[in-house]
Design a protein around this ligand. Structure first.
Ligand code: TEU
Length: 585
């Protein structure tokens, strides 16, 4: 049995400040390195709180801290001030208070594996070999190859292409940066560094009323101190070599326990760590209540479906069986334990779920969005929705050229690809193939401006935004869905209500797949162990065809949710992308 807790039952809504909403109290909108054009801000978020409070309980705000924005704020130059285009400290306090006044909570992004190279700590660290902060980052002497050329200390790769080591002329050493060149990794081995992180990045915000954190790259702080070359598993090296020695490293649990003990445990906080990949045993170390580390974690099983060994751009395609397995991995590992899980299929690092898992053709777009809503609102764990998911925003159009893509991950990958194959005779074909994949899986798809209404720029701003609005904003937007009883938005609201009304089953229940081998339907039951309550029986047709409906368990079935129109509903046959939720007694 599970203990009822506010952060378990809550629906969390992720806000990406750069593209959520532009407030009326204008922040300077002239040209800017990253945001050349109108950009979202904190007043914009405040202006939408009344919209959000109708269906969500907690807001997760992606980084709003001061930053050069090389990785959209995941490169922080000051934990204690706000990026000028997003607003001021007063705006942020107003947002925190605005959430609380409405009975909502707010969690912030905690990016503490690395800082920006513009952070004062790094500027000091790089200034000399004997600077007191030298050891706050990870510096290594160069190696030399046979011909006497300088080369990085080992073969670790960056998540954003190329070596994970950056050479610094000034002191003639390399620093580690698992992400982009301006995101140096902090040295968690240094106790003073850890204390500084706890004070500046966590306590400071708890004291201002923030209710918790989404902990960025929470599995990466502890690097294997041998810094060995990793075995090259693949022909062209992706980031796996470094992952072996930087994910779930030797001291990672010690660090999380320390952070919990010294900071998080002092507050009624919610914490969710982005860990991504780990074994079940490892996962339980992070999120078992008795371990005192964090409340829950994001595992990438589901969002990685179809990507080859975690490299999103080697996309193999969607397979329902893999998908079922992934869903099971993510929500079953907590059964019969004191751990907790999360439910999500979108975030700012993922493409849009309808394009990926639903119907790519317009025909069943909304209906497949409802199918995915039924899936998510019936799975065990804390539910996370990403901005725009509630109205069924989709990936960017395939015709858009690479120039419309702004994410450093996409751009670096594209450049590396061009460098490698640019001279090949068949480069144009190769390029088109890559564009097909980018159009399917790039992070950019989550980062286009939120579509509020059918006016210019989707009502996001009155000036042209820094990144282009999806061309479908006239068909897909909040305003047109608010009053339409059949809209995806209203379906989400209804499904979220049902989730709460049946929380023992839907939020807390055990999960069991009934048709693992079926390649069209996904059928599972949710049940409460040892209780004589009904079970929830969920059947989802993931295909664009009619399929027969057969009851795979005994009992009397009562339908409580369905996305098929009354006129098309036939008990023994399910229409394309139809989903049903029954209670069975
Ligand atoms: O992401 C870390 C991460 O491991 C991935 O989701 C990563 O973005 C992806 O594999 C790249 O293909 C977090 C943030 O969510 C992401 O936005 C940041 O870019 C990254 O950390 C660095 O801070």
């Amino acid at each position: 049995t599970k203990d009822y807790t506010w952060w378990k039952e809550a629906t969390v809504y992720q806000v990406y400040p750069a593209t959520f909403a532009k407030g009326v109290r204008g922040v300077y909108d002239g040209p800017d390195k990253t945001f050349d054009g109108a950009c979202g801000d904190i007043q914009g978020v405040i202006s939408k709180l009344d919209y959000l409070k109708e269906f969500v309980d907690i807001i997760w705000l992606s980084p709003m801290y001061d930053s050069p924005q090389d990785d959209m704020g995941y490169d922080i130059s000051d934990y204690q001030s706000i990026y000028h285009r997003y607003g001021t400290m007063e705006d942020m306090q107003a947002l925190i208070d605005g959430c609380h006044e409405r009975g909502m909570k707010i969690i912030c992004d905690l990016v503490i594996n690395h800082t920006s190279s513009e952070h004062a700590w790094f500027k000091e660290s790089r200034s000399s070999l004997d600077n007191p902060k030298r050891d706050w980052y990870i510096w290594k002497k160069p190696k030399y190859d046979k011909s006497g050329q300088k080369c990085p200390p080992n073969n670790w790769m960056s998540y954003f292409s190329g070596s994970a080591w950056e050479y610094d002329e000034h002191t003639e050493e390399y620093y580690l940066r698992l992400f982009t060149s301006t995101q140096p990794d902090l040295n968690w081995e240094n106790e003073e560094t850890r204390q500084a992180i706890y004070d500046t990045a966590l306590k400071f915000w708890f004291e201002r009323g923030v209710d918790g954190f989404r902990i960025d790259t929470a599995g990466m702080y502890s690097k294997d101190q041998a810094f060995l070359d990793a075995p090259i598993v693949f022909q062209d090296q992706y980031y796996q070599p470094s992952a072996i020695y930087t994910n779930n490293g030797p001291r990672i649990h010690e660090f999380h326990k320390e952070m919990f003990d010294q900071v998080t445990s002092k507050y009624d906080a919610m914490t969710v760590g982005e860990v991504g990949h780990c074994s079940k045993e490892e996962a339980l170390k992070y999120v078992s209540a008795s371990e005192n580390e964090m409340n829950m974690m994001f595992l990438f099983d589901v969002v990685d479906v179809g990507s080859d060994q975690g490299d999103r751009f080697r996309y193999k395609g969607f397979d329902l069986m893999d998908f079922k397995q992934a869903v099971q991995n993510q929500c079953s590992f907590i059964e019969a334990t004191d751990a907790w899980s999360t439910v999500f299929i979108e975030n700012h690092d993922q493409p849009r779920s309808i394009t990926r898992f639903g119907d790519r053709d317009k025909k069943f777009q909304t209906k497949s969005g409802k199918l995915l809503a039924m899936l998510q609102t019936t799975l065990t764990g804390t539910l996370f929705i990403y901005q725009g998911q509630e109205i069924g925003m989709t990936n960017l159009p395939r015709e858009w050229p690479i120039e419309e893509y702004k994410d450093i991950n996409t751009i670096n990958y594209y450049k590396a690809f061009e460098e490698k194959y640019g001279k090949d005779k068949d480069f144009p074909e190769k390029r088109e193939k890559l564009m097909d994949v980018i159009n399917l899986v790039a992070r950019d798809h989550a980062r286009s401006p939120m579509q509020w209404d059918s006016s210019d720029f989707g009502g996001f701003s009155d000036l042209e935004p820094w990144t282009r609005v999806n061309t479908n904003y006239k068909e897909v937007n909040v305003a047109s869905q608010l009053d339409d009883v059949d809209s995806l938005l209203n379906f989400w609201k209804k499904s979220l209500r049902l989730r709460k009304e049946n929380k023992d089953l839907l939020v807390y229940g055990n999960f069991k797949i009934l048709d693992f081998d079926n390649d069209k339907t996904f059928t599972y039951v949710k049940s409460v162990p040892y209780a004589e309550s009904p079970a929830a029986y969920i059947v989802l047709n993931f295909s664009n065809q009619d399929v027969p409906f057969k009851k795979l368990t005994d009992g009397s079935f009562k339908l409580i949710n369905c996305n098929a129109a009354d006129s098309e509903f036939v008990e023994e046959r399910m229409s394309p992308f139809e989903g049903r939720v029954y209670l069975v007694e």
